[in-house]
Design a protein around this ligand. Structure first.
Ligand code: ZN
Ligand code: FE
Length: 262
């Protein structure tokens, strides 16, 4: 378990399953302890014991099993409240509170906002508390989620919302996919020194058994191939090399499509 101090709360990062991360948000005051996307219950229960606190809430970013499988078991143990997207209420096991951009969850002592980010699934949402973004399978280290239910246009719009957040915002995504994503990035963003630097830094982190997450919005804007279409010079270059339109959505769509068969 790794822990990160933010103003008013601590984020605990638990590795789960093969490459998932479950996050526990522990408020400095009051008794709030939130599990974000509990892929399973065992590691959450163990962490709660270590922290000496019961789980009060579960926040789900989307309905996939590797983000919700711990829901019912943890609810049975702790009687915690399960929070999920209004758009996806029927697919979130045990949901108690439906939320959206215009009706975020109320947590004592913490100011939570929600962004609707369809693309990976149609009901995918992110949770933001101060400078911490819990973005599930929408934005990854050097990657983005597959388009299981949404269109490339929806995902591009969703990623633009995230790219508009403050650059220092910490990215707490739900998978450790960074090295594989960076390997793909290096095939399409060849002359990017920031990318080359990141590959060295993140490889060394993984070698030492450390996570590459959290990342930050600024780091992703500089190196994530799915955000690079925000840079017109990158689009020009990519479009010329692949003989497509240099319009950002066209470039994003092509990069997403190539990744699926890479
Ligand atoms: Zn997913
Ligand atoms: Fe997932």
């Amino acid at each position: 378990m790794w822990s990160y101090q933010h103003t008013g709360f601590t984020v605990h990062q638990l590795p789960a399953l093969r490459d998932n991360y479950i996050y526990l948000i522990e408020a400095d005051s009051g008794n709030v302890l939130v599990a974000v996307d509990p892929a399973e219950a065992v590691s959450v229960r163990k962490a709660c014991r270590q922290l000496g606190k019961p789980l009060t809430h579960i926040f789900n970013t989307h309905h996939h099993w590797d983000h919700t499988d711990g829901n019912l078991s943890l609810k049975k143990d702790f009687g915690c409240l399960i929070v999920g997207a209004a758009n996806d209420a029927e697919r979130i096991p045990g949901i108690d509170i439906v939320v959206s951009e215009i009706s975020p969850p109320a947590l004592p002592g913490l100011d939570v906002s929600v962004l609707d980010v369809p693309g990976h699934t149609k009901g995918h949402i992110t949770y933001m508390i101060n400078d911490a973004l819990f973005c599930g399978d929408t934005l990854f280290g050097a990657g983005c989620g597959r388009l299981f239910e949404g269109t490339a246009a929806q995902m591009w719009h969703s990623l633009n919302k995230l790219a508009g957040l403050d650059g220092q915002t910490k990215i707490y995504c739900a998978h450790e996919y960074t090295l594989a994503n960076l390997a793909y990035a290096s095939t399409i963003d060849i002359n990017n020194p920031a990318l080359a630097e990141r590959i060295i830094a993140d490889k060394s982190r993984r070698k030492q058994g450390q996570p590459t997450i959290p990342s930050s919005i600024d780091k992703e804007k500089a190196t994530n191939p799915f955000l690079r279409p925000l840079d017109p010079a990158f689009c020009q270059h990519y479009a010329a090399a692949h003989n497509i339109s240099s319009e950002p959505l066209a470039v994003f769509s092509d990069i997403r499509k190539r990744k699926d068969s890479w």
